[in-house]
Design a binder for this molecule. Structure first.
Ligand code: SAH
Ligand code: SF4
Length: 418
């Protein structure tokens, strides 16, 4: 794999040197419905609707998935094992949708950001969403959004201070991954005989639902999208390399585990209910004990498939040695990893990031208790700072949206060992 080295965080000057491209829209938004992002059952319905015979539907669904997800094609013309007649029928009724690509930014360390514009749904306006690709040694992670804005109001998160605009559809979630792979050259060349890209050669190896929004508040679209990510005839990513991060929508946790088998990350951030009620207000509805019980029962949990607990470090709020000890006590018996995230400040935020010694002392207690506790740090923060400098180049993107995504870059969970 050729991903650039990522050891050093970006410095301000590096980021000023970043290339900012505004590629042409790679496809205009079509009025015809898109087949991208449809579950197998819905795709079957779409085929039946244009007269495909019932006994052929299953085979046709497999063919379409193969072309859309394994080969990454964006038009029916290129689906060479589908009869000409059916290709014409498909093109008459549907598209293989692509969002409008507004900007693409490539930083010197290989991190890329795309700003996509999705058409209005119903009465609303078109929305813009950012997707981030982070290459690291031996893997590449795509940070994907599930909503525009967020209805939950976590007090340290800038997205949480903004209005919730709307849920993304499964098509819009899937297309973030498809277009990212297309832009990275991560689909097999069209002349390759079998068209299958070996998994070790891939640039996008991991997907994290850690972009804008709370994925479990957009349950069905997120589930359908993740099933396409994981399906061997879909985007064919290993389930252990797909992570959904939630602030704790407890009733949906067992369901997402059972229906997708993906890895779970929990935005815990506090060890006492009175504090978590303030930091992560959904805690008023689902308390820490209830949340941890859902974690204990998460399907498929084992030492090889641990839950990542995200813990944002807020100066003087949740960063004491007593908090660290309580964190360790609370997680006892749950196969867990702990991800400490130094707070990324945003204009008007009421919190500060603790000093480095405090974070290290906290990490030391957690480590001594036997948990890996990587501190994912300067990279996200440096990109955040740098992005302020790039503001004029991408001013279409609201600062809140940019900040939210950049804050999350620091939270990528490590892979479990195989
Ligand atoms: N809504 C989901 C997923 C997106 S947030 C969730 O809350 O889990 C991804 C991670 O970034 C979460 O752990 C979130 O709490 C954290 N985060 C949000 N704002 C942050 C900030 N300003 N600094 C550091 N981490 C932040
Ligand atoms: Fe929403 Fe997650 Fe931000 Fe909370 S931390 S407001 S759930 S995006």
């Amino acid at each position: 794999m050729t991903s650039p080295a990522t050891a050093a965080p970006l410095g301000h000057d590096d980021v000023l040197d970043a290339i900012v491209k505004a590629p042409q829209a790679i496809a205009t938004v079509d009025a015809k419905p898109s087949l991208l992002g449809l579950s197998r059952a819905r795709l079957a319905d779409a085929l039946l609707a244009i007269g495909v015979e019932e006994r052929q539907v299953r085979m046709r669904v497999n063919q379409l998935w193969h072309w859309m997800y394994l080969r990454g094609v964006d038009s029916f013309d290129r689906m060479t094992n589908v009869s000409k007649e059916l290709r014409a029928q498909l093109a008459e009724a549907y598209v293989v949708g692509r969002p409008e690509l507004v900007t693409e930014q490539i930083s010197v360390d290989g991190t890329r950001k795309w700003l996509f514009r999705f058409p209005s749904r119903g009465a609303g306006k078109p929305v813009e969403v950012e997707t981030v690709y982070i290459p690291e040694e031996g893997r590449g992670t795509l940070c994907v959004s599930s909503q525009v804005g967020c209805s939950l109001t976590c007090s340290f998160c800038h997205t949480g201070t903004q209005v919730m605009v709307r849920n993304l559809t499964a098509e819009e979630i899937v297309s973030q991954v498809v277009v990212a792979r297309e832009r990275l050259g991560d689909f097999p060349a069209s002349d390759k005989a079998d068209g299958i890209l070996p998994s070790e050669g891939r640039l996008v190896t991991n997907v994290v639902m850690m972009g804008m929004g709370e994925p479990l508040m957009n349950y069905e679209a997120v589930r359908d999208a993740m099933q396409i990510f994981a399906d061997g005839d879909g985007l064919s990513l290993s389930r252990r390399r797909i992570t959904l991060s939630t602030s704790g929508v407890v009733p949906m946790i067992p369901r997402i585990g059972a229906e997708t088998g993906v890895m779970l990350a929990i935005s815990l951030h506090a060890v006492r209910d009175d504090l978590r009620d303030v930091l992560v207000p959904i805690n008023k509805k689902y308390k820490i004990a209830e949340l941890l019980e859902a974690c204990r029962n998460y399907p498929g949990l084992s030492n090889a498939r641990r839950i990542t607990f995200e813990y944002v470090m807020l100066k003087g709020v949740n960063d004491s040695a007593a908090d660290a000890r309580e964190l360790v006590r609370l997680l006892r018996g749950i196969p867990a990893k702990i991800n400490l995230i130094p707070f990324n400040a945003w204009p008007g935020s009421q919190y500060q990031c603790p000093d480095w010694d405090t974070i290290e002392a906290f990490a030391e207690i957690v480590n001594r208790a036997g948990y890996a506790s990587p501190i994912r740090t300067p990279r996200g923060r440096d990109i955040l700072a740098a992005c302020g400098q790039l503001k004029s180049a991408s001013e279409r993107l609201k600062i809140s949206e940019r900040l939210a995504l950049e804050a999350m870059i620091g939270t990528l969970p490590a892979d479990d060992e195989d």
